[in-house]
Design a protein around this ligand. Sequence first.
Ligand SMILES: Nc1ncnc2c1ncn2[C@@H]1O[C@H](COP(=O)(O)OP(=O)(O)OP(=O)(O)O)[C@@H](O)[C@H]1O
Ligand SMILES: [Mg+2]
Length: 477
Amino acid sequence: MRLSYMLSKELAKRMILVHPPEPRKELLLSPPSDGIYLGKTRYLCTPVFWDPKKLINPHTAIVGITGSGKSYLVKSFLTRASMIWDSNAIILDWVGEYNKWVRQAGGTVINLGKEKINLLDLVGLRKRDRIKQIIAALDILVELKNHPHERDEIEEALDDVYEKVSKPTLKDVVRILEQRRKKHASRLLKRFTAEGSDFFAGKSTLNIKDLTEGGLVCIDLHELPTEEIRSLAGLTILQYIKEIMRGEGIKESRGIRLFVVLDEAWKIANDERSDVITIVREGRKYNFALIVATQNPTDMHKTIFSNIGTMFVLRLVLKEFRDYVKNSIGYSDFIDTEISRFGVGDAAVNMIFAERQAKSATFLMNKIDGEEPLFLFHIKGGNMEVEIEKEQLMRMLYEIGLNESQINIVKMEFEKNDGFVNGEQLVAMLEKFGYSKSSIISFLRQLGIDEKNLIRIFSLVKIRKATKGVVNVVLET
Ligand SMILES: Nc1ncnc2c1ncn2[C@@H]1O[C@H](COP(=O)(O)OP(=O)(O)OP(=O)(O)O)[C@@H](O)[C@H]1O
Ligand SMILES: [Mg+2]
């Protein structure tokens, strides 16, 4: 009893001197022009900035179960990177979950289902090198290594096609193989040239170089018909990006020029031969950074894991996944338990700083303090539609005197209907809150609704009142 009392007293005394397991302030803090702000640490509430100058490399991995906040973190990260460094980003979007946001953020969405990439385009490479790359991609996708004969036949046919055909495509390769009665080899390639799956067998409609300099770009792969074709597209784009990166030479400039984002791209992120690995190994000198996000950390090749400067671990439930991450970056059992019960956006972060450290500590962050996307609300009526940014509408409602719960009622009404509300619904809400007709009219005028539509809206309100409970009136023009 006495002993334990003494021990705890001793411990309490020491606790004052114990620094919580968080990196020193000067490692986490950066001027807002040098680093991306992400939120605050859990214990000392130190603002956390992601500053590539301080980190061993600019590559980032994000792991967490579905809904834990991976994509939200990626979006906030890219928004701020483009504000600070004017960074470009290419998102390889497997499931089509970024396209709406990229459009809203003023970026470009490329729907690969509607484009073509000629796999045989040289993009500045020598024929021999491009052939090697094509074979490498096929090695990963159709396990060409298990078919050594066919592998040789395809390689030979590729060699020939560049000699014999100007601007060849994969269809020419298949034709040569068929002429030579190399049935099995041609069958291996035919899955990429068949009607409806010939995304790689026509004239290229994309200029990848332009895309790497095009601000925020989402390459939406989800309309491609099979996982195999999505992966070939991903691998091919990465091969081009790698060549562009190497071609541009080493850069001293600050910040990151291009973020390459792979979200759930497991097929190309767990193969040593894919260029994800090259970008991870060489990207730093060219200011190219990789961001990989996945629900399943074991899908990520260990070379990626061991060459990542920053790791965000969001909520992970499965012990097997947590153990894999814990073994890779190392943290306490306490942090392990916390990770299993994180809320949305909470994160354990491991940063490896360039400056020598006793050890790289994994620290806890409160909810990532991200960037809410801009939402547009629409007020409709007849053939009129007024568009207004959500925050601005909320501000205007506040200025005319609505209280917080009334503003929330209006907001929920818009959100319930995917951002749309009819003019007469809005009027009905404001009347319910006690606003007079004249103050509602002047508010609607402020929103940009013209006189003709004002009359229409109020006549609808009147008809609705008059027929309340009798019919549900919809007045279309
Ligand atoms: N830090 C955060 N602050 C506020 N909201 C967040 C935060 N992180 C995520 N959310 C919200 O939680 C929801 C799920 O987040 P998100 O889409 O990023 O999950 P995810 O991990 O990418 O899931 P999935 O693996 O299914 O793609 C979204 O509606 C997002 O807006
Ligand atoms: Mg996601």
